[in-house]
Design a protein around this ligand. Structure first.
Ligand SMILES: C[S@@+](CC[C@H](N)C(=O)[O-])C[C@H]1O[C@@H](n2cnc3c(N)ncnc32)[C@H](O)[C@@H]1O
Length: 196
């Protein structure tokens, strides 16, 4: 039964524009870790359209049942079952991958968690590795739309970390270069980082 799988309409809307960027950004990558795989829709789409990659998934344990069910419904040879990864609690295994992808996690994590993730990526991602980070961010403290400012307020009021500024992410990751800021639909961005 695929109709009862966890589902995100946003993923359906953004997976094609994200894939267009990943085709170039991950062209010379081979082993990618996705942080916060959520419903697994991105993982299925990206693994099946980027067959040169081994796509490894991860999330907090409560997401794993849904991820396993989606991957059984949409099997793909280069798509790997989730590992338990909770930034702030897990050992972060970034040294074992040449590239990392995450979508819509920076504004959900607590500040200490996203800071730790950026710091560990900066230290542990192998040289030449690529980190693609999709989501809503502020630039120089400015929201790109009123709806983004409203959503940030909602997130903070409900115990989430809220939007992060690009300058803050850069400061946490001194060994990563932010080589492209790709504008994406719905006032989102895809930040393409590379380890020098
Ligand atoms: C808004 S959902 C995004 C899911 C999916 N990437 C997408 O774009 O639809 C936020 C995701 O961040 C994950 N997340 C939140 N805090 C986390 C943490 N500390 N460590 C790892 N993942 C975390 C959640 O478990 C969830 O999968």
């Amino acid at each position: 039964m695929t109709n009862s799988l966890p589902f995100s309409q946003a993923c359906e809307n953004n997976k094609a524009p994200i894939l267009a960027i990943l085709k170039q950004a991950f062209a010379s990558s081979s082993k990618v870790l996705e942080v916060g795989s959520g419903t697994g829709q991105h993982a299925v789409h990206f693994a099946s359209n980027l067959p040169h990659l081994q796509w490894h998934t991860s999330d907090q344990e409560e997401y794993h049942l849904g991820l396993h069910r989606r991957f059984e419904a949409y099997p793909c040879e280069n798509l790997h079952p989730p590992i338990v990864l909770k930034v702030g609690q897990s050992t972060l295994p970034f040294a074992h991958y040449d590239s990392v992808f995450t979508a819509n996690t920076a504004h959900i994590m607590q500040q200490a968690e996203i800071a730790q993730m950026m710091q560990t990526l900066s230290e542990d991602l192998p040289r030449g590795g690529c980190f693609c980070q999709y989501g809503p961010f502020t630039k120089e403290g400015t929201f790109s739309s009123q709806s983004n400012a409203d959503f940030h307020q909602y997130l903070v009021a409900n115990g989430y970390g809220g939007y992060r500024d690009i300058a803050e992410l850069k400061a946490w990751a001194p060994k990563l270069s932010l080589i492209h800021i790709h504008p994406m639909p719905a006032n989102n961005l895809l930040l393409e980082w590379r380890k020098a």
